[in-house]
Design a protein around this ligand. Structure first.
Ligand code: IMP
Length: 430
C-alpha cells in the first residue's frame, strides 16, 4: 500500500494533469482506469516545456515510474502509437515502462465513422474520437479487446461482422471494404508495437501494492461527465468516478487508501449540456484567456462559470473524497467581486444539493455568495498564510461547504506553484 485515486470533481479539465504530475514523482506506478484519447492532460515540466498527454499516464515523465493502461480504458491503437512516438521524440524512454491490459477494448476506424454518422459529435459535443461507439460495443458484447486485436484471425472475423452490421446503414459495400482494409493494413504495423506492451495490469498492481509500493490511479474527464452520475446524456461513455478506479485496473475496492478530488476554483465545461453557473461575456472571456481554457484534445474554447459549491459537495460525496486539490486560484486574480454558488432556487424552494433533474439544472436560479476578490500575483506563494485574505476566505468557504479539507492549492502552471495545506496527508507522496 498505498493506492491513491486522483479524480476530477467537475466536468473534466480541473487540472488533474498537474496534480498527478506532482504525486507521480514519488510513485512507483501510475495507472489510467477509464476513458481514452478523448482526455488531454497538460503537464508543465521543470524547464517550462509543455506536454499534452491523451492516453499515456502522466507518470511517464519520471523514468522510475511504471505506467499502466487498465482494462477500463478504450485504446485507439493508432492514436497510442502516434502519442508514444511523439513522446519518444521528446526524449521519454518507454522500454519496460508502459503496460496495457489485454482486456482493454480497442477503438477502430468504424467507431469514428459511426460516431460521425450518428451526429453525436454535434448533438452532444463529443471529442469525436470514437469513444461512445467503442464503449457501446463493449457493453453490447460486440467489442474487440486488445487480446482479440492481436489475434489476426479473430480480428478479421470480428471486424467483418461489425463493419457489415454497423456501417451498412450508411456506407456502400466498397466503402465498407475500404474500412476493413484500412484496419488490416494498420494492424500489420500496430500489432508488433502493441504486443510487447501487453501486461497483466491487475496482477502487477496487486503485487506492487502487496510490497508496499505507491500507486496512483488516474482518472480522465470528471464526475459530471460520468455516464451514471453526470449530466446525462451530455456525458462521456465511461465512469470517471473514484469507485470505478479499482474496477478499471482490476483491483478490489479495499485496495484504495485515499481519494484526492481535484476541482478548479471556477468551473468549465466543453461540449453541450447543462451548466447552471455558466457566465458569458467579457468576464468569461477574461477568465478563458487568463486560464488558457481551451480543450487540450480538440482546442475548443471551454465554457466558463463560477464555482458551484453544491455541485462540488455532491462530487465529494459520490467519490468519497478525503482531500481536495484546488486549482487555478491565480486565474481568479482581478475578478472582483468573486462569486460562488451556494444554492439553487427552484419554484420558491431553496436547494443546497445539486439536483439530478436537467430541468432543474437548466431552470433553477442560482444563489451566490460574494467575496471581494484579490489582485495580487500569487506565483511565488507556497504557504497558506501568504495568500491574500479574500483568497483564504474562498478556500475556507470551499472546505466548510463541502466538509472536506484541502491538501493543496495550485497558484500557477508549474508544480512549483503550489500551496501545501496538509503536509501530513501529502507526506507519503511528496
Ligand atoms: P466523448 O468522451 O468524446 O464521447 O465526449 C462526451 C463529452 O465529454 C463531451 O462533452 C466532451 O467534450 C466531454 N469530454 C470528453 N473528454 C473530455 C476531457 O478530457 N475534458 C473535458 N471534457 C471532455
Amino acid at each position: 500500500m498505498p493506492a491513491l485515486v486522483v479524480v476530477g470533481l467537475q466536468w473534466g479539465d480541473e487540472g488533474k494533469g498537474r496534480i498527478i504530475h506532482t504525486f507521480s514523482r514519488h510513485a512507483d506506478a501510475v495507472a489510467r482506469y477509464q476513458g481514452g484519447n478523448n482526455a488531454g492532460h497538460t503537464l508543465v515540466l521543470g524547464n517550462n516545456e509543455i506536454l499534452a498527454l491523451h492516453l499515456v499516464p502522466s507518470g511517464i515523465v519520471y523514468p522510475k515510474v511504471r505506467c499502466y493502461i487498465g482494462n477500463g480504458v478504450v485504446v485507439d491503437p493508432k492514436a497510442l502509437y502516434e502519442e508514444v512516438e511523439t513522446l519518444k521524440k521528446r526524449g521519454i524512454k518507454f522500454t519496460g515502462r508502459l503496460g496495457i491490459s489485454p482486456l482493454c477494448h480497442v477503438i477502430l476506424p468504424y467507431h469514428l465513422q459511426f460516431e460521425k454518422y450518428l451526429g453525436e459529435g454535434s448533438r452532444l459535443g463529443t471529442t469525436q474520437r470514437g469513444i461512445g461507439p467503442a464503449y457501446a460495443d463493449k457493453i453490447a458484447r460486440d467489442g474487440v479487446r486488445l487480446m482479440d486485436y492481436l489475434d489476426r484471425d479473430l480480428l478479421r472475423e470480428k471486424v467483418i461482422r461489425n463493419t457489415r452490421t454497423k456501417l451498412s446503414a450508411f456506407a456502400r459495400p466498397a466503402e465498407i471494404r475500404a474500412v476493413e482494409n484500412q484496419i488490416f493494413q494498420e494492424h500489420k504495423r500496430l500489432a508488433p508495437f502493441l504486443k510487447p506492451l501487453v501486461s497483466d495490469v491487475s496482477l502487477e498492481l496487486f503485487t506492487m501494492l502487496a510490497k508496499g509500493k505507491r500507486v496512483v490511479l488516474e482518472s480522465a474527464q470528471g464526475t459530471f461527465l460520468d455516464v451514471d452520475f453526470g449530466t446525462y446524456p451530455y456525458v462521456t461513455s465511461s465512469n470517471p468516478i473514484a469507485s470505478f478506479a479499482p474496477c478499471g485496473v482490476g483491483l478490489g475496492p479495499k485496495s484504495v487508501d485515499a481519494v484526492l478530488g481535484v476541482a478548479k476554483l471556477f468551473t468549465t465545461r466543453v461540449g453541450e449540456g447543462p451548466f447552471p453557473s455558466e457566465i458569458k461575456g467579457p468576464l468569461a472571456n477574461r477568465i478563458r484567456e487568463s486560464g488558457l481554457e481551451y480543450g487540450a484534445t480538440t482546442g475548443r474554447p471551454r465554457r466558463i462559470g463560477y464555482l458551484d459549491l453544491p455541485l462540488l459537495k455532491k462530487a465529494c460525496r459520490i467519490n468519497g473524497v478525503d482531500r481536495l486539490a484546488l486549482t487555478k486560484l491565480d486565474t481568479l486574480a482581478g475578478v472582483r467581486p468573486l462569486r460562488v454558488c451556494i444554492g439553487y432556487k427552484w419554484r420558491g424552494r431553496i436547494l443546497r444539493e445539486m439536483p439530478d433533474d436537467p430541468r432543474l439544472l437548466n431552470g433553477a436560479q442560482l444563489i451566490y455568495k460574494e467575496f471581494s476578490g484579490f489582485s495580487a500575483d500569487l506565483g511565488g506563494i507556497t504557504r497558506y498564510a501568504g495568500l491574500p485574505a479574500s483568497a483564504k476566505k474562498l478556500i475556507d468557504e470551499v472546505m466548510e461547504f463541502t466538509g472536506v479539507p484541502a491538501a493543496i492549492v495550485s497558484v500557477g502552471r508549474s508544480t512549483k506553484n503550489q500551496v501545501i495545506l496538509d503536509p501530513k496527508f501529502l507526506k507519503e507522496w511528496l
